[in-house]
Every structure is written in structure tokens, then in C-alpha cells.
Design a protein around this ligand. Structure first.
Ligand SMILES: *Cc1c(COP(=O)(O)O)cnc(C)c1O
Length: 364
């Protein structure tokens, strides 16, 4: 059975991008974010490709368990921490690193009594107002953890709200709050996501925590990964199911939102919003490579299909592959995301189980 839609993940590109992180972070340790199934790229495969990362970061226990069951032995950090004492025990048994961000989580790790101390990061809230303790509590939290033999403090982390805005003063403010709160305290410090790795070197501190850039995309609006020396790790492609002729004045697709201004040859392509191609894409203008030419998206993206005007791709035939995002000449995922009114993070994570995943460039 031939796949209808494939996402081809280039693990060599992921290793290249990780090398860029190493260059930019100059000697700081790197915790690669592979939560959400490595942003849709396959957490186990990406973890294997990143065997020299200092740690891997996932959102929750379920994601970490998948990695451990697959034999991934590296340090794994639970960014959202654990929800209760039972989860804390399981995290300890799986040798995971726990982030603690509120008193309930602190109680969960306080209940641990194992012989091997569990590594713990404390998360401080420096302005995001999502997770984390108020920074002023750092000395008190340090004291509490020091009293627990089953816990070992690794360090302090916080998360930046506006690092993707190169002009925003908010990042400088958050950095200042973080440095002030942790000044003179033992433990390592971590603040930088991808945007901060790329643009805010003062935030690099002891550990950086890139996600998006490892997959080759730029966090900055209007930019693409290539501008930072990154290579897109994912190519999304779908096949032409059918080709038809329409006459000038004919309308295409749900809502009849696109109207042919001349006679046209159209390709119906086997990818839609049930695969992860956004329905919010514009009804004309976006171009995709096919058969040595380029075809224009026309009409509303539907659940299983989208439609292309083939005037720029006269050689296209049924069965040909159309690249929806990836390396040039395909549009970058950042460009498709912008056209759909969203961000590359969301597009990567939105691929559905119907998409056939293919990995290439693996080490083994
Ligand atoms: C997801 C995540 C990151 C990585 O962010 P990117 O913008 O994808 O680089 C870093 N830190 C935390 C706490 C995260 O949740």
C-alpha cells in the first residue's frame, strides 16, 4: 500500500542543527526539547540521533516512559514535573529528572524516600505567569530541598515569554529577575529556549533548552532556519490523486471560495486538515513544487484533500508527489505556518496519525 502523505524526517539535519546549538551555546550544556513526540518528528528516533545531548526534555511522565521503554538511557527532564507522590515514585524508579514548580509538586518530591537521590530543578516564575515559584522564595526552597536526602538539587530554571521578539525589553527584565533571585545560590541555571540561544547570549547561563531550532525552524517571525545556518528536518509530501480541467468562471472546493479566471488544469492532492495541513491557508497564492515545476494552492483545504492549479507545472501527472513543506524549492514550514496564521511549532505538532513517518540519515 502506497502512503498518501509522508513526513520524512532527516536525522542528519537534526544532528547538524544540534551542532549549531553547540556552536552558539559555546560550552554550555544542552537540554534538547523532544516533548510532543519531538515536535512531531518521532521522540525515540530523535533521542537516538541526539545521543550526545547532555539531557533530553519532555513535558510529562508518559512521554518519558515511552523513551525509557525504548531503551533511551540519557538524562530525561520532566518539564511539567509530577502531579502526585505516585508519579514522583515512578519518575524516581525511571531515573528521571523532575522540575518542581509549585508547593504541591514540592510535597510530591518530599514524599520520596528512595536511596538514590532524584535530581530536581526548581522552576521560578520571572514574568511568564504560567508555572514556577515566585523568585523571592528561592532561598527558602533551597533550604527545604537540602533537608531531603532523597532529592538532589540540580539547579534553577525559568522560561522566557518574549525571546522571539528581538526588540522586546521583557527578556532583559526576566533575565535580571532570574539572576537576582539565584545570585549566590548553589546549583546550575537555565533560561534559554531556541530564540534565546540564537539572539540572547546573556541568557545562555549553564544550560540551554532549545526545541524548535533542533528541527531546523526559526522562532523569529518572518525568518527561516536557513538564516541561522539550520536545515529543515521535515519534508511533508502528498500525492496527486486526480487531475481535472476547469473552465474560466468555474468554482473550486467547499464554499466555492476560489474561482478560475481562465481555463485551468487542477490537481487534487491527498492531504487535508485531517493530516495536519491547515484549513486556514489562503485560497490562493501559496506555491508548492511538483514535477519540476510549481503549483498554486487554490480553494479551501478540505479534510482529506487540497487542490492545486497546475499552470506552473505542466508535466504533473497522477501519482506525483507534491512537497508541502521542507527544503527549497518547497516553502519552509515557517512560511506555511505564517500563511495559515499560526507558528511552526503548532504545524509540526499537528501532524496526525494518518501521516506515514519515514526517518532517514540515522546513524545505524
Ligand atoms: C518547549 C520548551 C522549550 C523549548 O522551546 P523552543 O522555543 O521550542 O526552543 C524550552 N523550555 C521549556 C520549559 C519548554 O517547555
Amino acid at each position: 500500500m502506497l502512503p498518501r502523505v509522508t513526513a520524512t524526517v532527516d536525522l542528519a539535519a537534526i544532528r547538524h542543527n544540534f551542532g549549531r546549538v553547540r556552536q552558539l551555546a559555546r560550552g554550555r550544556r544542552v537540554m534538547a526539547a523532544i516533548k510532543a513526540d519531538a515536535y512531531g518528528h518521532g521522540a525515540v528516533q530523535v533521542a537516538r540521533a541526539l545521543a550526545d545531548a547532555d539531557a533530553l526534555a519532555v513535558a510529562c511522565l508518559e512521554e518519558a516512559v515511552v523513551l525509557r521503554e525504548a531503551g533511551i538511557a540519557q538524562p530525561i527532564v520532566l518539564l511539567e514535573g509530577v502531579l502526585d507522590a505516585a508519579e514522583a515514585r515512578e519518575a524516581a524508579a525511571r531515573e528521571l529528572t523532575i522540575v518542581v514548580h509549585d508547593d504541591q509538586q514540592l510535597a510530591a518530591v518530599q514524599s520520596l524516600d528512595g536511596a538514590r537521590p532524584v535530581p530536581v530543578w526548581i522552576k521560578l516564575d520571572t514574568g511568564m505567569n504560567r508555572l514556577g515559584f515566585v523568585p523571592e522564595r528561592a532561598p527558602e526552597l533551597l533550604e527545604r530541598l537540602a533537608a531531603l536526602p532523597a532529592v538532589r538539587l540540580v539547579g534553577w530554571m525559568s522560561h522566557l515569554a518574549c525571546a522571539d521578539d528581538r526588540e522586546s525589553g521583557f527578556t532583559t527584565q526576566q533575565l535580571a529577575r532570574f539572576l537576582k533571585a539565584t545570585e549566590g545560590l548553589p546549583g546550575e541555571r537555565s533560561l534559554a529556549n531556541s530564540a534565546a540561544v540564537l539572539h540572547w547570549p546573556d541568557t545562555h547561563l549553564d544550560w540551554v533548552r532549545p526545541g524548535l531550532m533542533v528541527y531546523g525552524a526559526s522562532p523569529f517571525p518572518g525568518a527561516t532556519g536557513a538564516e541561522h545556518g539550520l536545515r529543515p528536518a521535515m519534508r511533508l509530501a502528498a500525492r496527486i490523486l486526480s487531475i481535472r480541467e476547469v473552465r474560466a468562471g468555474d468554482r473550486v472546493g467547499y464554499g466555492a471560495r476560489w474561482r478560475a479566471v481562465r481555463d485551468a488544469r487542477l490537481a487534487i492532492v491527498s492531504a487535508g486538515y485531517a493530516d495536519g495541513v491547515r484549513r486556514s491557508l489562503p485560497v490562493q497564492g501559496l506555491r508548492f513544487p511538483v514535477a519540476g515545476g510549481s503549483a498554486e494552492l487554490v480553494g479551501t483545504v478540505s479534510m482529506d484533500m487540497l487542490c492545486l492549479d497546475l499552470y506552473g507545472a505542466p508535466a504533473a501527472r497522477v501519482g506525483d508527489w507534491v512537497t508541502l513543506w521542507g527544503e527549497p524549492p518547497a516553502p519552509a514550514i515557517e512560511q506555511v505556518a505564517a500563511a495559515a496564521g499560526t507558528i511552526p511549532w503548532e504545524l509540526m505538532c499537528a501532524l496526525t496519525g494518518r501521516v506515514r513517518m519515514v526517518w532517514e540519515g540515522g546513524a545505524d
